[in-house]
Design a protein around this ligand. Structure first.
Ligand code: 13P
Length: 249
């Protein structure tokens, strides 16, 4: 069975003190669902977050990494550095990375390879812009994003890959994809995987939805058969809201 996953992407929010506070609040929440829970603090707070969640069912993951092992890349962080802290999962390809830091399918393919070579799990993000959806190109855009960055991999690599469909027009806008729009796209993504890697692989990959998931809409979105969880931005910064979403399964 596919895993249910709810991951909080904190983006560039929370210094050390706020990280401590939010994590202690998260640890007080009761989990009633079977979802795997993850949080992605900024690089500077990963170690603290990792240490303080050790005894807890919360996995701390990174928001990004570089594709090289080491070298003259000022300001960057490698897979090996993340692993040296105990971090086992990294988010790659977030639309904000693509839009503001020129991440391309090609550079993401290299990051994907570097993460897998380091035995890390990847939450791979992709999604169309509003103009793509308006022109009816959303499936082509999404298919290309997935193919270009991932389809050079062997089927076995997909046991370490989680997909996260995040339509750009729904991120931080308060406008979410309808549960039907999410389901339609997730089913299309699974079909694309099946066409290239077969049904067993397609059925085993968790596909998360991201974009303005809140406590009041999570249940309906998560009720769709191809939606296996959520990647949560704004609502992951409040412990009660985040766990209301975690428990929406
Ligand atoms: P919001 O939940 O704030 O829309 O952000 C979604 C997101 O980008 C998660 O990676």
């Amino acid at each position: 069975m596919r895993k249910h996953i709810v991951a909080g992407n904190w983006k560039m929010n929370n210094g050390l003190i706020q990280t401590e506070t939010l994590i202690s609040e998260l640890k007080q929440q009761e989990q009633t669902s079977d979802a795997e829970v993850m949080i992605a603090p900024s690089f500077t707070n990963l170690w603290h977050a990792f240490e303080s969640t050790r005894q807890h069912d919360i996995e701390v993951v990174a928001q990004n990494m570089h594709f090289s092992d080491k070298g003259a890349y000022t300001g960057e962080v490698s897979a090996g550095m993340l692993k040296s802290l105990g971090i086992k999962t990294v988010i790659l390809g977030h639309s904000e990375r693509r839009a503001y830091y020129n991440e391309t399918d090609e550079s993401l393919a290299k990051k994907v390879d570097a993460a897998l070579q380091n035995n890390m799990r990847i939450i791979f993000c992709f999604g169309e812009e509003l103009s793509d959806r308006k022109s009816g190109n959303e499936e082509t855009v999404v298919e290309n994003q997935i193919k270009n960055a991932l389809f050079h991999l062997e089927a076995s690599a997909f046991k370490n890959i989680v997909l996260a469909y995040e339509p750009v027009w729904a991120i931080g806008t308060g406008e979410t994809a309808s549960p039907e729009q999410a389901q339609d796209m997730h089913a299309f993504i699974r079909k694309t995987l099946a066409n290239n890697y077969g049904n067993d692989t397609a059925e085993s990959v968790s596909i998360l939805y991201g974009g303005s998931v809140k406590p009041n809409n999570a249940k309906e979105i998560f009720s769709k058969p191809d939606v296996d969880g959520g990647l949560i931005g704004g609502a992951s910064l409040k412990a009660e809201d985040f766990y209301a979403i975690v428990n929406a399964f």
